[in-house]
Design a protein around this ligand. Structure first.
Ligand SMILES: Cc1ncc(COP(=O)(O)O)c(C=O)c1O
Length: 443
């Protein structure tokens, strides 16, 4: 497939084979959140955002597998090096009990692995004085370990935000506030206090700002004279620097500054959940880099291919066995992909690309200003369009699919676009035109 000339080509979506494949799959798979019957054919042509499904449809994928395939399919920026990798057996080792080397010296081995992934992560978080990493398997595990190390510093309460999503393990789900299905009927960690996530464009009207003694909800609750929570009892505040599942909500600058002030005043640990927004997606390595806040802990996963809890060494507990996992630092292949992704971001200046192409997409959509659109927003290539109704959003996702464009919903009535980080001007034009055509078709 030639990425420079490829175009989506759809006969029927989903086709007969995709439907059969999905039916067969569901004979064995627990019910979960499959978005549509799109079955990627691993044996067929794919490059960057273009892929072929089992029925021979060529699709333009602006989901990047929910940011978990940050450079799309078979991207030479990663694939060329992967092709040289002599796939060992085991590709996964018990990585927190044993080491593996991909050559010598450790500072620059032929094939970087878990050690080098941690070194790269420390490098891209050094502006927050972070110098230590705990690797795990998933985003939820990165969160579990982030909250564990925060509790180790003292306190048993925490603040989270309306609209939040942090994963589906019992600890992580206790922090979710986006959909009832995530928490309904499950036991939860006690002591979590939820407050508004302020994404107000102008003056705050979401309830974050108050006329109380602290001027905002958290500061009021912690106020030494009139507050209701002892700051000593608060372990952490966890936030997504751009909210993901909750609707790609970009926070208000002042709201983030308020959180920084609370952190300074009461020495409360700030966890930035960058599992969806990190690794260059917003045009900075971390979405929090756009704001005036110094997180104490960053969680990463998805685009990284493994989970990572990153912080300062003084935040991690020293006692052996407090944190561990068999596959934690042991996925040699995924770690290599993680390193290659970070290296590709630097080498090909993908942060600037995300910034420019994101702006292009937002401007094209805003200029067309279809009537049913309520908002176009995002940072870099973490893009969202919000519709007047949920039904409309769903109809547009389907109509885009029929035209060969893969998109995803988020929030209540928002559609999100996550093109690969090296998406080109032509590909953005192509994708946005398909989206606008789908919106018009639905209207
Ligand atoms: C912001 C955020 N945090 C945590 C998670 C959980 O990650 P995982 O699905 O890898 O457990 C996700 C996944 O969508 C996420 O978007």
């Amino acid at each position: 497939m030639d990425r420079e000339t490829a175009e989506p080509r759809v006969r029927e979506m989903p086709g007969q084979k995709a439907r059969e494949w999905a039916d067969y799959h569901h004979q064995f798979a627990a019910p979960t959140t499959y978005v549509y019957d799109f079955v990627w054919d691993l044996t067929e042509d794919a490059e960057g955002p273009f892929c072929t499904d089992v029925d021979g449809n060529v699709l333009l994928d602006f989901t990047s597998h929910v940011a978990a395939a940050p450079l799309g399919y078979n991207n030479p920026k990663i694939k060329d090096k992967l092709d040289e990798f002599p796939l060992p057996d085991p590709t996964k080792i018990a990585g927190q009990d044993f080491y593996a080397s991909g050559g010598w010296p450790p500072e620059d081995p032929e094939f970087p692995g878990p050690t080098q992934l941690m070194e790269r992560l420390v490098d891209v978080t050094s502006h927050y004085d972070m110098d230590m990493v705990f690797l795990s398997n998933s985003g939820a595990e990165a969160i579990e370990n982030a909250i564990k190390i925060s509790y180790s510093r003292g306190g048993h309460r925490a603040f989270n935000f309306d609209g939040a999503f942090h994963g589906r393990t019992l600890g992580a789900l206790s922090l979710n506030r986006s959909k009832v299905a995530h928490r309904k009927g499950y036991p939860e960690i006690p002591g979590i206090v939820s407050v508004p996530y302020c994404s107000c464009a102008g003056e705050c009207n979401c309830g974050w700002k108050t006329n109380g003694p602290g001027g905002n909800v958290i500061a009021d609750k912690l106020d030494p004279d009139q507050g209701v929570i002892d700051p000593e009892e608060v372990s952490y505040i966890i936030l997504e620097p751009v909210q993901g599942e909750g609707g790609y909500r970009v926070p208000n600058d002042e709201f983030i500054r308020d959180i920084g002030e609370i952190q300074d005043t009461y020495d409360i640990t700030i966890i930035a959940d960058e599992i969806q927004s990190g690794m260059g997606r917003t045009g900075e390595m971390w979405a929090v880099d756009h704001f005036d806040l110094q997180p104490d802990v960053i969680t990463s996963a998805k685009a990284l291919r493994v989970g990572a809890t990153i912080s300062r060494s003084d935040v991690f507990p020293e006692e052996k066995g407090r944190l561990s996992s068999t596959w934690g630092a042991g996925d040699v292949l995924s770690s290599l992909q993680g390193v290659l992704t970070i290296d590709a971001i630097h080498e090909h200046d993908l942060l600037s690309n995300a910034e420019e192409r994101g702006r292009q997409a937002r401007e094209l959509i805003a200029d067309a200003s279809p009537e049913s659109l309520v908002d176009v927003r995002g940072r870099g290539l973490m893009l969202a369009v919000e519709f007047d109704t949920k039904d409309r959003r769903e109809a547009v996702v389907d109509a885009a699919l029929e035209r060969g464009l893969l998109t995803l919903g988020c929030g209540y009535k928002t559609l999100r676009l996550l093109p690969p980080l090296d998406v080109t001007e032509r590909e953005i034009d192509l994708g946005v035109n398909l989206l606008l055509d789908a919106i018009e078709g639905v209207a």
